[in-house]
Design a protein. Sequence first.
Length: 134
Amino acid sequence: LRGARDAPAVPTLEGPATPLGVLLGLLASALFLATGGPARVVSALAHRPVPGHPLVAAADDLVAGITLAVALGGPLLAAAIVVEIAAALIARAASPAQVHALLAPLRAIATLAVMAMVLERLAGVLGRAVAAAP
């Protein structure tokens, strides 16, 4: 499930994907379609008042989406980098001992702990983004 060498060619996913990746991709697609995602996208594009040219409105939406993605992903990315560097320093300090198997779950737990600490800030950013949406 984690990474078979024989990756199935699935036309709905880009590039070679593992069987678990195919399952999660199909699940995400089914959830998007089941919750009315395409209708919401079309209604948001159709009912939004355009201040000028439609390309300007599209560029404005693109910038807003990138800003939201950076606000949400920035703290987690920074935490992941710090945790990886700390794990590498610990592994280097214990060079005769192989601590990679011990550090792998600890890296995941540390990243989740940082995400739990930043969750309130992320909820606030998402709340402001939803309130500002039409």
